[in-house]
Unconditional design. Structure first.
Length: 257
């Protein structure tokens, strides 16, 4: 029976070229690349009725015209959404596997107990994949302006939204208020949930919100941001990529406000 094989080399994913120039994930009875005796083949939740497997290879595939390597993030623009989302889950589980080989309690070896859990051979400690939950918020000032910022870790010159990780002991809404105050010095109100998005870089969950400006002057946290400012809908800077919930928030505002 044919299976989807999600094959990764570091942060790149193996794509199969189709006759019409589009791309897909290899679908075959056997793995599309050589599998070493020590390779761990993960069983992933099926896609419909089709089994899904994921594994890592040591070197990129460069000698087979049927395939090409593509960074996971860029695969969003080459794959149907269902395959892109499944690729993200595969990447997260492979990352988790690589980082949970030994028990954090006794140092014993961790072995798979189920497809999404491991158990220590010595002390029985069981672990599951963990997500790093982060909030992201589009802050409105009236109907026509929003707050956009350039983070210090951005790889290009686009402007995004205020975001940050949720801390222990706080609600999502409290995290929104805290991150906004820490990074910009302003207060917000009318916080409302927008949606969420898996963010497998490497194992995040982004939770999106809208909020309204309440008070304060912008004083950006220079350790986190390069620039920030209020932008009118008719004069927006370069925006985040389409794959991100940041862009979905901005596009929703442009289309519906």
């Amino acid at each position: 029976m044919k299976k989807f094989y999600f094959v990764f080399c570091k942060d790149s994913l193996l794509l199969e070229r189709k006759a019409d120039g589009s791309h897909t994930i290899p679908l075959s009875e056997e793995p599309p690349t050589e599998v070493k005796p020590w390779t761990t083949m993960l069983n992933i939740t099926p896609l419909g009725e089709t089994e899904v497997k994921a594994y890592q290879i040591d070197a990129p595939v460069t000698d087979d015209d049927r395939f090409e390597m593509c960074p996971l993030r860029s695969s969003y623009y080459h794959l149907p959404e269902a395959l892109y989302l499944k690729a993200g889950k595969c990447a997260e589980l492979l990352y988790w596997h690589q980082n949970t080989k030994f028990c954090g309690v006794c140092g014993g070896q961790m072995k798979f107990h189920t497809d999404i859990s491991k158990r220590c051979e010595q002390c029985g400690k069981e672990v599951w994949p963990q997500l790093a939950t982060a909030i992201i918020v589009l802050i409105h000032k009236g109907k026509d302006k929003v707050l956009l910022a350039r983070g210090r870790n951005f790889k290009s010159d686009f402007y995004g939204l205020i975001a940050g990780f949720v801390e222990t002991g706080e609600t999502l809404e409290e995290a929104v208020c805290r991150e906004v105050m820490e990074e910009t010095g302003i207060r917000i109100k009318n916080i409302s949930y927008f949606g969420s998005q898996p963010w497998p870089y490497p194992s995040g969950l982004m939770v999106g919100f809208n909020a309204d400006y309440e008070s304060g002057e912008l004083h950006i946290q220079l350790e986190e941001l390069k620039k920030a400012g209020w932008f009118h809908r008719d004069n927006l800077p370069k925006l985040p990529e389409k794959l991100s919930i940041a862009r979905r928030l901005i596009d929703d505002w442009l289309e519906n406000s």
